[in-house]
Design a protein around this ligand. Structure first.
Ligand code: MSP
Length: 637
């Protein structure tokens, strides 16, 4: 048996603010990944850590403002984080706090180790200090002499401090990153780090005089100084495992993976590996970096006369719908927009229609035909290929932290199952016909596997789906391979469908008043959710067009203005492809145009159509173009 382990951390969050969507997102991702790895490896081989970062000026200031002692304040806010994670159903193995005794001891031990080996020295430092950011800025970093984040002039401070010889490890780090191409991923962040390392790496100031900052951990070799933010915070990742001697450290550190957003790339990709190197500790395995959520104001909540904080939407629409949206909507590594409308659209299309309808359709048929007893059948060949593909694709995507892609792979299986039913039409068959039995057996077996695959992402839904199928096994003790392989989870139990839970009721929005047509329950021959009819497709007028000229759009880096020729007609199109295709590359390109799109105006320029391009999950975009020469104006069928 392999001794593979999996150790995953989130950033430890500052306690100067209460939890918001960004914190919840990273912690939900980590929770999903930890659940997936537990399913794969067994729960004792997986460790998931989160916590709070509680020292520093900002926190002392926030405490003073709240009229509390720093410790009482940190206790209170850290408690809110812990409560919030519980409310969101997140299950870390440990919640670490930097004010805990064992963490403080580990930080002091770490500092002493590298002080003894000569990598910490005492020196003079002068610089522009921003109290808001709690850091020094170089002249170059300031914008008009002001801190770029706070738009305030920093204070010039000159003082003696302790420094870590980070510069000494620059060449080692560059070499390490080059030799381990997926040390920092996705690649764009590795490239960002390597670009940064092209400039000389300065030593890192790691202390603050006690006279100025008292809310920190004293240096073990000079108690007139306390450690500064990162030298305290980053060490949580090993203090939590009982470094240096703890069994947990020995067991889990070799498989360590960190999960962060792009805002704290530099401390994690540069400070932390060099600190570990100086202390003689192996670097972590992977640093996984995600993008930022931008929050769009919701017209929906606004129409109800209130502004809803994103986290409250978890209560409104349910934990799993909230998780699903976050996991599916953001391509790992890129930014994404959060809006209530987009969440509801995903809920209705993917969860209520695709998954929910499939589930209730199959279970209701079994109730009607066989009084709820799932027909026994040995052959589940009809969907075995699609199942294998979904498991393979989902597992491969999870290896890369591509959560949206992993869900996409499961949804391919949901669609394949829907298609399988439409092809075989069991609702038109005689219940006693062996084909009916085999089709419904195959569909329930596949639904059981879908539930299993979904369990890391939608834990509550997966349990409800399995319970509906007559399976009460606690998911925590199930192992993926076993459960998929022999089907024991399904067959070992006396299964009977008692009631059919509605997994995700459709949300009615004012924007989409149901027509009489839509209210009618779908019949077997109608299109399934997500499908369109050939008539609907024919309404699109897609044409081949030649680009004859490209120009910039004043005030926009992303847009390009194209002049294109169809057969004997020219049009102007504004396309958001400037970043992928520079201006000079456009002329002469043959593209595919949506020719009957309602004209619109972008940045003051009327646009008469839309250019088709394909985008993969990593955000790479390529233009669609005819495979052979063909006249402009040709119709795409
Ligand atoms: N305390 C430090 C981290 C120390 S780790 C050794 C810190 N704390 S923080 O409270 O500011 O949290 C930053 C993290 O919160 C981000 O890296 C990300 O995980 C999450 N997010 C905060 N806002 C976010 C978005 N708008 N979008 C996505 N995630 C974001 O930095």
């Amino acid at each position: 048996m392999s001794d593979e382990t999996f150790y995953l951390t989130t950033p430890i969050y500052y306690v100067n603010a209460t939890p918001h969507l960004g914190h919840a997102y990273t912690t939900i991702l980590a929770d999903t990944m930890a659940r997936f790895q537990k399913l794969r490896l067994g729960s004792d081989r997986v460790y998931f850590l989160t916590g709070t970062d509680e020292h520093g000026d900002k926190i002392a200031q926030a405490a003073a403002k709240a009229g509390e002692s720093p410790q009482a304040y940190a206790d209170r806010i850290s408690g809110i984080f812990q409560e919030t994670w519980k409310r969101l159903g997140l299950t870390p193995n440990q919640f670490i706090r930097t004010t805990s005794e064992h963490h403080k001891r580990a930080v002091q031990r770490f500092l002493q180790t590298i002080y003894d080996s000569g990598d910490i020295y005492f020196g003079q430092y002068g610089g522009h200090y921003c109290f808001g950011c709690e850091r020094f800025y170089t002249e170059k970093e300031l914008e008009d002499g002001k801190c770029p984040d706070h738009q305030k002039e920093p204070t010039y401070i000159e003082e003696e401090n302790y420094f870590f010889r980070m510069g000494k490890y620059q060449d080692w780090l560059i070499d390490y990153v080059n030799r381990h191409p997926d040390f920092i991923r996705p690649e764009r962040y590795k490239n960002e780090v390597l670009a940064f390392l092209k400039e000389p790496l300065e030593d890192l100031c790691i202390s603050r005089p006690r006279s100025r900052l008292t809310w920190g951990i004293p240096l073990p070799f000079d108690d007139q100084f306390v450690t500064y933010v990162w030298f305290d915070a980053l060490i949580n990742y090993i203090s939590a495992l009982g470094w240096p001697d703890g069994e947990g450290f020995r067991h889990f550190w070799p498989s360590a993976q960190h999960l962060i957003a792009k805002d704290i790339l530099k401390p994690h990709a540069i400070y932390w590996p060099t600190m570990l190197r100086a202390a003689g500790i192996e670097p972590y395995r992977h640093l996984n970096v995600h993008g930022y959520w931008k929050i769009e104001e919701s017209k929906m909540s606004k129409s109800l006369g209130k502004v809803v904080a994103p986290l409250e939407l978890a209560d409104t629409y349910g934990l799993d719908a909230f998780r699903y949206f976050l996991l599916r909507e953001m391509t790992f590594g890129l930014d994404a927009s959060f809006s209530e409308e987009a969440l509801v659209a995903r809920l209705n299309a993917d969860l209520a229609n695709d998954l929910g309808n499939l589930y209730s359709r199959v279970l209701k048929l079994i109730q009607r035909y066989y009084s709820g007893r799932i027909p026994e059948w040995s052959d589940e060949g009809g969907l075995s290929e699609a199942t294998r593909a979904a498991v393979g694709d989902m597992t491969a995507a999870m290896e890369r932290f591509a959560f949206g892609e992993a869900l996409g792979a499961i949804w391919n299986l949901v669609s394949a199952t829907n298609k399988y039913l439409v092809t075989n039409e069991p609702w038109k068959l005689d219940p006693a016909d062996p084909l009916t039995k085999s089709v419904l057996f195959t569909a329930t077996e596949t639904l059981r596997k879908i539930a299993l695959l979904l369990s890391p992402f939608l834990p509550q839904t997966a349990e409800r789906m399995l319970r509906g199928l007559g399976i009460d096994a606690p998911l925590a003790s199930v192992r993926l391979e076993e459960a998929l392989g022999s089907g024991w989870l399904g067959r070992a139990l006396e299964r009977r469908i008692e009631e059919v839970p509605a997994l995700f009721p459709r949300i009615q929005t004012t924007a989409q008043k149901p027509s009489e047509e839509a209210k009618r329950a779908p019949t077997a021959s109608e299109a399934l959710p997500g499908q369109i009819t050939i008539e609907e497709f024919r309404r699109l007028d897609l044409r081949v067009a030649d680009v004859i000229e490209a120009a910039s759009v004043p005030g926009s880096k992303k847009l390009v203005r194209l002049r294109v020729r169809l057969k004997d007609e020219e049009r102007t199109i504004v396309a958001g492809l400037r970043e992928q295709y520079p201006l000079e590359s456009w002329t002469g390109k043959r593209i595919i145009l949506v020719a009957n799109l309602k004209p619109t105006t972008l940045m003051g320029i009327p646009s008469q159509g839309m250019v088709l391009a394909a985008e993969d999950d990593a955000g790479n975009i390529v233009l669609l173009t005819p495979e052979q020469p063909i006249a402009p104006g040709s119709k795409v069928r």
